[in-house]
Write a protein that binds this ligand. Structure first.
Ligand SMILES: CC(=O)N[C@H]1[C@@H](OP(=O)(O)OP(=O)(O)OC[C@H]2O[C@@H](n3ccc(=O)[nH]c3=O)[C@H](O)[C@@H]2O)O[C@H](CO)[C@@H](O)[C@@H]1O[C@H](C)C(=O)N[C@@H](C)C(=O)N[C@H](CCC(=O)O)C(=O)O
Ligand SMILES: Nc1ncnc2c1ncn2[C@@H]1O[C@H](COP(=O)(O)OP(=O)(O)OP(=O)(O)O)[C@@H](O)[C@H]1O
Ligand SMILES: N[C@H](CCC[C@H](N)C(=O)O)C(=O)O
Ligand SMILES: [Mg+2]
Length: 492
C-alpha cells in the first residue's frame, strides 16, 4: 500500500515521498522493519521521539510525530496530537475489519458488557468476538493481550485478524487510558456504551471531571457520526453522558429504571439469578436472567441495547438473555466449602464495585457475608480507604489481604485500606492464607466473597526490571482451600 493512499484516506496532506510502499505500523522502534510507519509519542516513561533515528535506521518510511520532533530521512507526518493522527493513518492500512464494531466505556462493567454482548450475538448465530481485560475472545478461544485496551497496532491487527477468521461483530472495552491515548479507534464504530463512573485511576487523571472527559471521547470522537450511544441511565453521571451524546447528534438508547430504550421496571432476585420486568417499545416483558445482582442486570441490559442498536432483533435478543453464562471472574461461584458455604470470586477493585458485588450477594445470604480483598499497588491510592469503608460498612466479616502490590510495600497498602475500616477488620497479607481463613470461618448459610482479582492468573510483585508475576488464581485457591482444613479466625 502506498503512503500517499494512506494519507489520502486519513484526510492528511500528501507527503513528498508518497510513492513509498508501506509494509506495517509500529509504535515501538524495536518492531520497525523496512517500510514501517513509526509513531513517535511522548509517554509516561520514555519520549518516543528519541527513537526516531533508530526507527529510520531500521527502515521506517514515515514518522508520525509532533511538529517539533526532528525527522531526517523519512516522511514526517507532523501533528500536535500524534497518537490521534497515527490511529487515523493506521486504520487505512489495517483493512478489512469486522462489519459491526461496538465499544464500551465506564469505570465498572466494561468486561462484563462486552462479553455478554458477544454471547448475545453468538446466540443470534453471528460470528462474534470481544476484546478487553479478558483478552481477545471468540467462541473458540481467548488470547490475552495484557491490557484492557491494547495498543493501537495490536488493536487494529486484532481487528483484521478477526475479520480474516470470518468474525463480523466485535464488542471491545475502551478504557479511559485507552481513550486518552487513542489506543482503540480508527475503523467505523457503530455504537458506544457508557456503564457508570466512580472513583478509579485518579493517579492518572487529575480529577473525576478529567476522568469523565477522557471517557466521553468515545461519544465525541470514536463512535461514527450516524452511530448510537447506549447509556445506563441510572448512574449519577448518566445525564452528563447523555448530554455529550446528544451534543454530537448520536442516536440515543438509554437503559435502566430511567431508560427509554429498555426500561427496567422491577428486579426480583431468585435462587440462581433474577427476574427482570422490562418495557420495550411500550410493551411489558418478563425475563429470567441466570445471573445474580443488580450490577449484572445492568450490564446485561446495556449489552442487549448494543445488540439492538446494531440491528439485533429485540425479541430474539431478550430470549437469548435467558441463556447468558457467567463471565469469568465476575461473581463466579468457585466452590462450595465442606460446611456448605458458597465461595464467589469477583473482580471488584474499586469502592463502587465492592459495594455492588456485596449488594449482589446479600439477598442470597442467610448468615454472614465474609469478604476477602486488597488493593493494587502503583495505582490510585485514594481509593484504598474508600474500598475499606465500602467493605466494612456492607459486609459482616472483612479480611484485608494483598492484591498485586507491584512496587509498593504490601503492609502499607493494607494499612491504607484498613484506615477506612473500624477495628473489626482482619489483616492477613498472604492471599492464600486469607482465603483459607475466610473459608474456615464460613458456616452453612454464610457466603465468602473473594474480590479484586477475578480472572487474574498472577500476583504481581516488584516493579520495573524486578517485576515478578507469581502464579495465583483465586478460583483455584478457593477450590483447594474448601477441601482443606484451615485454622478458623477465632483460633488465631
Ligand atoms: C500509563 C500508561 O497508560 N502507559 C501505557 C502507554 O505507555 P506510554 O505511551 O506512556 O509508553 P512509554 O513506555 O512511556 O514509551 C513512550 C513511547 O516510546 C516507545 N518506545 C519505548 C521504549 C523503547 O525502547 N522504544 C520505543 O519505541 C513506546 O512504544 C511508546 O510509544 O502505552 C503503552 C502501549 O500502549 C502501554 O503498554 C502502557 O501501559 C502500561 C504498561 C500500563 O500499566 N498501563 C495501565 C495503567 C493501563 O493502561 N490500564 C488501562 C486501564 C485498565 C482499566 O480498565 O481499569 C488499560 O486499558 O489496560
Ligand atoms: N454495572 C456495574 N455497576 C457497578 N459495579 C459493577 C458493574 N459491573 C461490574 N461491576 C463490578 O466491577 C467489577 C469489574 O467488572 P468488569 O470487569 O466487568 O469491569 P471493567 O470496567 O471491565 O473493569 P476494568 O476497569 O478492570 O477493565 C465486577 O467484578 C463487579 O464487582
Ligand atoms: N485495570 C485495573 C485492574 C485492577 C485489578 C486489581 N487486581 C489491581 O491490581 O489493582 C488496573 O490496572 O488498575
Ligand atoms: Mg475490563
Amino acid at each position: 500500500m502506498k503512503l500517499s493512499a494512506l494519507a489520502h484516506a486519513a484526510g492528511m496532506a500528501m507527503p513528498a515521498n508518497g510513492e513509498a510502499d508501506v509494509t506495517g505500523f509500529a509504535i515501538d522502534h524495536r518492531k520497525v522493519a523496512p517500510g514501517t510507519v513509526f509513531g513517535a509519542f511522548p509517554g509516561a516513561r520514555f519520549n518516543g521521539e528519541a527513537f526516531i533515528p533508530a526507527a529510520i535506521e531500521a527502515g521506517a518510511v514515515a514518522i508520525v510525530a509532533r511538529p517539533e520532533a526532528t525527522v531526517q530521512g523519512a516522511v514526517h507526518f507532523a501533528n500536535a496530537d500524534p497518537r490521534h493522527a497515527f490511529a487515523r493513518l493506521a486504520a487505512g492500512f489495517f483493512t478489512p475489519v469486522p462489519e459491526a464494531l461496538v465499544a464500551v466505556t465506564g469505570t465498572n462493567g466494561k468486561t462484563s458488557t462486552v462479553e455478554l454482548t458477544r454471547q448475545l450475538w453468538r446466540m443470534a448465530g453471528l460470528r462474534a468476538a470481544s476484546i478487553g481485560t479478558l483478552g481477545v475472545t471468540t467462541s473458540d478461544e481467548s488470547v490475552s493481550t495484557g491490557l484492557t485496551s491494547p495498543d493501537i497496532v495490536t488493536f487494529l491487527s486484532n481487528m483484521t485478524g478477526l475479520a480474516r477468521e470470518g468474525v463480523t461483530h466485535v464488542a471491545y472495552e475502551a478504557s479511559s487510558h485507552g481513550l486518552s491515548q487513542y489506543r482503540s479507534e480508527g475503523p467505523r464504530v457503530a455504537a458506544g456504551a457508557f456503564t457508570n463512573l466512580s472513583r478509579d485511576h485518579l493517579d492518572y487523571h487529575a480529577t473525576m471531571e478529567d476522568y469523565f472527559a477522557a471517557k466521553m471521547r468515545l461519544f465525541e470522537d470514536v463512535v461514527a457520526q450516524d452511530g448510537t450511544a447506549v447509556i445506563w441511565a441510572d448512574d449519577v453521571w448518566s445525564q452528563k453522558a447523555i448530554a455529550h451524546a446528544e451534543g454530537r447528534g448520536l442516536a440515543l438508547f438509554t437503559v435502566g429504571t430511567r431508560g427509554t430504550g429498555l426500561k427496567l421496571i422491577e428486579r426480583t432476585p431468585t435462587a440462581l439469578g433474577q427476574t427482570l420486568h422490562i418495557e420495550h417499545n411500550g410493551k411489558a416483558l418478563k425475563l429470567e436472567l441466570p445471573l445474580i445482582g443488580a450490577y449484572q442486570a445492568a450490564n446485561a441490559l446495556v449489552a442487549a441495547g448494543l445488540v439492538i442498536a446494531t440491528g439485533g432483533e429485540p425479541g430474539l435478543t431478550f430470549d437469548a438473555m435467558k441463556r447468558l453464562q457467567t463471565v469469568r471472574g465476575r461473581l463466579e461461584r468457585a466452590a462450595i466449602s465442606a460446611k456448605g458455604a458458597p465461595i464467589y470470586v469477583d473482580y471488584a477493585h474499586t469502592p463502587d464495585a465492592l459495594a455492588a458485588a456485596i449488594a449482589a450477594l446479600r439477598p442470597h445470604v442467610a448468615g454472614r457475608l465474609i469478604v476477602v480483598f486488597g488493593a493494587g499497588g502503583d495505582r490510585d491510592q485514594g481509593k484504598r480507604p474508600e474500598m475499606g469503608r465500602a467493605a466494612c460498612q456492607d459486609a459482616d466479616v472483612v479480611i484485608v489481604t494483598d492484591d498485586n502490590p507491584r512496587g509498593e510495600d504490601p503492609a502499607a497498602i493494607r494499612a491504607m485500606v484498613l484506615a477506612g475500616c473500624d477495628d473489626g477488620a482482619k489483616e492477613i497479607g498472604d492471599r492464600s492464607e486469607a482465603i483459607g481463613a475466610a473459608i474456615a470461618e464460613a458456616g452453612s448459610g454464610d457466603i465468602v466473597l473473594v474480590a479484586g482479582k477475578g480472572h487474574e492468573q498472577g500476583q504481581v510483585v516488584g516493579s520495573g526490571a524486578d517485576t515478578r508475576v507469581l502464579p495465583f488464581d483465586d478460583v483455584t485457591v478457593a477450590r483447594e482451600m474448601s477441601g482443606a482444613s484451615s485454622i478458623p479466625l477465632g483460633d488465631q
